[in-house]
Design a binder for this molecule. Structure first.
Ligand code: IMP
Ligand code: MG
Length: 180
């Protein structure tokens, strides 16, 4: 979707996102040269990012998805992680890349990373398109960050507010009246 009159401002355009993804894919290809990572996208928000990142990545990669939620439909985290859908592939002895749309408190990713380590992955690294460092509640090591952003709630490019706006092809900030 290209237009939406409920968006107050565009934070990253489609072109800015694609340029940054190309750079991230190049770095990952260098770091993982000769390996075949198991890319695990965190649903639902990361679905578009995974698709674009992997099509830019000049490396063979396997892909799976996990669905975890620490949100109840609003804009603040509850701190509790619910695993709604697990991966179907075996991550033992694999180089796992956890791919996320946005890291906020860090709770989701730190739990998922621990889970993959417990399951005997050979290595686990995190890739996120966006990060809000000022909101971090737990310390989590994020190897690849697309953009660091201020503490603002964003939607589009896979990310939602109450399941809306995921199909926007840019990342934007909502008008205040949408939250009412
Ligand atoms: P964390 O566990 O607090 O790091 O939560 C990360 C998850 O919260 C992300 O994967 C998103 O699904 C959601 N989230 C955090 N901030 C935003 C935002 O600004 N817009 C949309 N979703 C967000
Ligand atoms: Mg997410």
């Amino acid at each position: 979707m290209k237009n939406c009159n409920e968006i107050k401002s565009i934070m990253f355009s489609e072109q800015q996102i694609q340029e940054r993804i190309e750079q991230m894919a190049k770095q990952i290809a260098v770091d993982y040269a000769g390996r075949r990572p198991l890319v695990i996208g965190v649903l639902k928000g990361a679905w578009i990012f995974v698709a674009d990142l992997l099509r830019s990545l000049e490396l063979p990669a396997d892909v799976d998805f996990i669905c975890a939620s620490s949100y109840g439909g609003g804009t603040t985290t509850t701190g509790e992680l619910t695993l709604l859908k697990d991966i179907t592939m075996d991550c033992r002895r694999r180089d796992v890349l956890l791919v996320e749309d946005i890291i906020d408190s860090g709770i989701t990713l730190s739990r998922l990373k621990d889970m993959m380590i417990e399951r005997k992955a050979k290595s686990v690294n995190i890739v996120t398109l966006l990060s809000k460092p000022s909101r971090r509640k737990v310390d989590v090591d994020v190897k690849y960050v697309g953009f660091e952003i201020p503490d603002e709630f964003v939607v589009g490019y896979g990310m939602d507010y109450d399941e809306r706006f995921r199909t926007l092809n840019y990342i934007g900030v909502l008008k205040e009246e949408v939250y009412k």
